[in-house]
Design a protein around this ligand. Structure first.
Ligand SMILES: *[C@@H]1O[C@H](CO)[C@@H](O)[C@H](O)[C@H]1NC(C)=O
Ligand SMILES: *[C@@H]1O[C@H](CO)[C@@H](O)[C@H](O)[C@H]1NC(C)=O
Length: 167
C-alpha cells in the first residue's frame, strides 16, 4: 500500500526525470544543428589616425558591418553575444586583439543586419606599430542557449591595412 507522500514523490521524480531528459534532448538536437553564419566588413573611412602624446598609436575608423547570423538561432537560443575585434601581429605579440564593437542579438529577427558604425571601443595599440599594419577583422560570437552549453565561434576576415602615415 502506498502512502500519499510516496505517490507524490514518485510523480515528482518522474516529472523531474522527464524534464532532465527533455533538456538533454534539447541540447543534443541543438548541437546537431550546424549553423552557417556569414559576415562581411568593409572599412568605409579612417576618421583619424594619430600617435598619442605618450606614444601609443590610435585610430578611429568607420565600418560597414553586414552579417547574417540567423542560422545561429534555434528554439533553444536565448541570445547571441557578438563582437568585432581587430587582430594583428607585432614584434612583441603574435596576436594583439582589440575589441572594436559589440552587440547582443536578442532574437532571430535581429540576426540579419547591415550597419555603419565607427569603433565603439578605442583602437589603441600598446606601442606605435599601426602605421601600414595589416590586420584582420574577426567577428566572434557566443551563443547562449536556454539549456545546455554555451558555444563560441568566429569568422576571420583578412586583407585590411592601416595607412602608412598618421592623418
Ligand atoms: C555595405 O556593405 C554592403 C554589403 O557588402 C553593401 O551592399 C553596401 O553597399 C555597403 N555600403 C557602403 C556604404 O559601402
Ligand atoms: C589573419 O587571418 C589570416 C587568414 O585567416 C591568418 O593566416 C592570420 O594568422 C591572421 N592574423 C592574425 C594576427 O591573427
Amino acid at each position: 500500500m502506498h502512502s500519499f507522500g510516496y505517490r507524490a514523490n514518485a510523480v515528482l521524480t518522474f516529472a523531474v526525470t522527464i524534464l532532465a531528459l527533455m533538456c538533454a534532448i534539447a541540447s543534443v538536437s541543438d548541437n546537431l544543428n550546424s549553423p552557417s553564419p556569414s559576415s562581411e566588413i568593409q572599412i568605409l573611412n579612417i576618421n583619424w589616425f594619430q600617435k598619442q602624446p605618450h606614444g601609443n598609436d590610435e585610430v578611429s575608423l568607420t565600418m560597414n558591418i553586414t552579417a547574417d547570423l540567423q542560422s545561429l538561432f534555434t528554439w533553444n537560443t536565448k541570445q547571441v553575444f557578438l563582437f568585432v575585434a581587430a587582430e594583428y601581429a607585432t614584434p612583441k605579440n603574435a596576436l594583439n586583439q582589440v575589441s572594436l564593437w559589440d552587440a547582443i542579438i536578442p532574437a532571430k529577427e535581429y540576426a540579419k543586419f547591415n550597419l555603419h558604425t565607427s569603433n565603439k571601443y578605442r583602437f589603441i595599440d600598446q606601442g606605435h606599430n599601426l602605421r601600414g599594419k595589416e590586420f584582420n577583422l574577426t567577428l566572434h560570437w557566443h551563443v547562449m542557449p536556454k539549456t545546455g552549453k554555451m558555444f563560441a565561434d568566429k569568422i576571420v576576415m583578412s586583407g585590411y591595412r592601416l595607412p602608412e602615415e598618421y592623418r
